[in-house]
Design a protein around this ligand. Structure first.
Ligand code: DGT
Ligand code: CA
Ligand code: CA
Ligand code: ZN
Length: 574
């Protein structure tokens, strides 16, 4: 990988930021910042200079020590010092510095006084009015910070929208459109219908009596910021939320063909078209045609059937083997929400949840769940008031008591125990042994090397009480990448050791990804779909986990929380 000047400048800037947060001397910090500016402005390619053996300290503004670091960076592709510093000062500067007026100096105060490391920490602190009490901040700053965070949450960095956001926007828009009497049918297509974790834009299809009138109506929706394109049969707008919406009017007899075409994915559509061509037909968004004679088009099912295929659920339409499976009648029967009997990850006020034990249990009972696992954090997660052995014991006694009082639902004693960097767990086996279920996760030291991170998890999985691996890759959609880990090896180890992998249903996580979920289920690894709810409202996240699981070809039998508790219990390592 070539190292560009910009990469070097970014690294120097990050070093400067972290050093400043860490309380390094002003002179040292400034040296890094100045060097970063010099590198960025340089017309010479520094990596080439290093390769030619030139002395970088000749460049004005770059001292000997920094020259040495740049040389290391070019030669090794990374800088040990930075990695160490990130460990020492685990503040997500990338994320936090996107907030206007937040520089390293302020981050230092926020970190030292309030332990703020992430945007989420910042938001919580601002909401609790803790920031305005800091020296150099004040009410106005606090309010501005909150406004910025809320604005950013609406438009994720990647330019794509999380599925749930796009879904909510699309549903409201669709309801508005359906109110027009000219609209006979209105459906959501595109990646949104395929339940993809992020969505680029919203695609709507309509059957109308008077398409022109409907296009007018479409442009008059109060959320429309800009009409990008307006035609007789097709229009596009941008909404205030920043998302683009396409609407197409189609004939009823072509509705199925249009749904198929505009649901995509493109990768799914291309082989279908080829299959038709091999029979001498034309397959397009209007139907299947044999020399102009219409063979199919009104329904999706009819089109698949004509091509000799079983109906393919939208979640599977990614050209990952579904077409062959549809041909051979081997499509999986996908899991659905009604298969779920309980939820195996959630938090209460004992750690960082918003509702009490009893409130969570009663809300879960409302959902007709048979069981829930209470999985408050372990002590390493001090930010979330994680439990040590003593507090966990007390918590367990409270759960026992609640089970005695509460009819109709079983509350499982569990914990979300941290996997420490060396692969041991944050609580002793003697403590874990007393629990019904142990959920394990990583919350710190996410920047270990791939080798170390993988070893950490594989080792942890050897623990006899390692039951479920929660949010296995640690990614936050559009905000934080997965940590570097060999998931193939983790999945293999899960298969060997009988560990369960979680599909975390929180719309910010959806972790495992669809692809990893499929790999896991192909290897016979059992999955748990869990909400990780931090409030009773978040128990509703289950549907998003189901969506993700379906995209991963997951069937009811692959998922442990479709089973009775006695059956799960029998599956657990003990
Ligand atoms: P997105 O919006 O990026 O999340 O993904 P999609 O899949 O919704 O893509 P989009 O909105 O560009 O187009 C919607 C569907 O229309 C797409 O899934 C398949 C179909 N489509 C669009 N362009 C083409 C194309 O050039 N060829 C074929 N076969 N299909 C296309
Ligand atoms: Ca789309
Ligand atoms: Ca589109
Ligand atoms: Zn967690």
């Amino acid at each position: 990988m070539p190292v560009h000047n910009q990469d070097i400048a970014n690294t120097l800037n990050e070093l400067a930021d972290l050093l400043e947060i860490d309380g390094a001397g002003e002179f040292r910090v400034r040296a890094y910042r100045n060097a970063a500016v010099t590198v960025e402005d340089s017309t010479e390619d520094l990596a080439s200079m290093v390769k030619e053996g030139k002395d970088l300290s000749e460049i004005p503004g770059i001292g000997e020590s920094i020259a040495e670091k740049i040389t290391l960076m070019v030669k090794e592709g990374k800088l040990e010092q930075l990695e160490e510093l990130r460990e020492k000062v685990p503040v997500n500067t990338h994320e936090l510095m996107q907030i206007r007026d937040l520089g390293a100096k302020r981050l230092r105060t926020l970190y030292r006084e309030l332990g703020i490391k992430s945007l989420e920490d910042l938001k919580t602190a601002a909401e609790e009015n803790k920031i305005s009490q800091l020296e150099g901040f004040g009410d106005k700053t606090e309010k501005k910070i909150l406004e910025e965070i809320n604005r950013q949450e609406k438009s994720p960095r990647s330019g794509r929208f999380r599925w749930v956001e796009a879904h909510n926007i699309a549903t409201s828009y669709a309801n508005y459109l359906k109110k027009a009497k000219e609209v006979k049918k209105l459906e959501i297509a595109g990646s949104l219908r395929r339940k993809k974790e992020t969505v680029g834009d919203i695609d709507l299809l309509a059957v109308c009596d008077n398409a022109g009138r409907v296009m007018e109506h479409f442009g008059r929706y109060e959320e429309v910021e800009k009409v990008i394109e307006k035609g007789e049969r097709k229009s596009s707008v941008r909404l205030r939320s920043g998302i683009r919406v396409d609407l197409r009017a189609v004939d009823n007899r072509s509705f199925g063909a249009a749904m198929l075409y505009f649901t995509g994915s493109k990768e799914h559509n291309v082989p279908l078209r080829k299959m038709g061509q091999e029979k001498g037909w034309k397959v397009n968004e209007y139907g299947i045609f044999d020399n102009g004679k219409r063979l199919a088009g009104k329904t999706e099912k009819g089109i698949y059937k004509k091509l000799g295929l079983k109906y393919v659920e939208p979640e599977l339409r990614e050209n990952r083997g579904e077409i062959g499976a549809a041909k051979n009648n081997r499509l999986p029967r996908l899991i659905s929400l009604s298969d779920i009997r309980g939820d195996l990850q959630m938090h209460t006020t004992a750690s960082d949840g918003k509702n009490s034990l009893r409130e969570m249990a009663e809300a879960a009972r409302e959902k007709n769940y048979e069981y829930i696992a209470i999985t408050d954090h372990s002590k390493r997660v001090s930010m979330a008031n994680g439990l040590d052995a003593r507090r966990l014991k007390k918590h367990m006694a409270e759960i026992d008591k609640l089970n005695g009082e509460l009819e109709g639902i079983r509350v499982l004693k569990s914990v979300e125990v941290d996997i420490l960097p060396d692969g041991t767990l944050d609580l002793e086996d003697e403590v874990l042994k007393e629990l019904d279920l142990v959920v394990c996760a990583i919350h710190y030291n996410m920047n270990l090397s791939r080798k170390e991170q993988t070893r950490r998890v594989l080792k942890a999985m050897e623990n006899p009480y390692f039951h479920i691996f929660a949010h296995p890759t640690g990614r936050l959609i559009g905000k934080r990448d997965a940590y570097d880990i060999d998931m193939e090896a983790v999945i293999e180890q899960a298969a060997q050791r009988g560990c369960i992998l979680e599909i975390n249903a929180s719309p910010k996580r959806l972790d495992l990804s669809d692809i990893h979920a499929k790999t896991a289920r192909d290897k016979g690894v059992r999955l748990a779909i869990s909400t990780d709810a931090h409030s009773i409202r978040q128990l509703n996240y289950m549907q998003y986990g189901i969506n993700q699981a379906r995209r991963g070809w997951v069937r009811k039998d692959d998922v442990v929380n479709t089973l009775k508790w006695s059956k799960i219990k029998a599956l657990l390592k003990d």
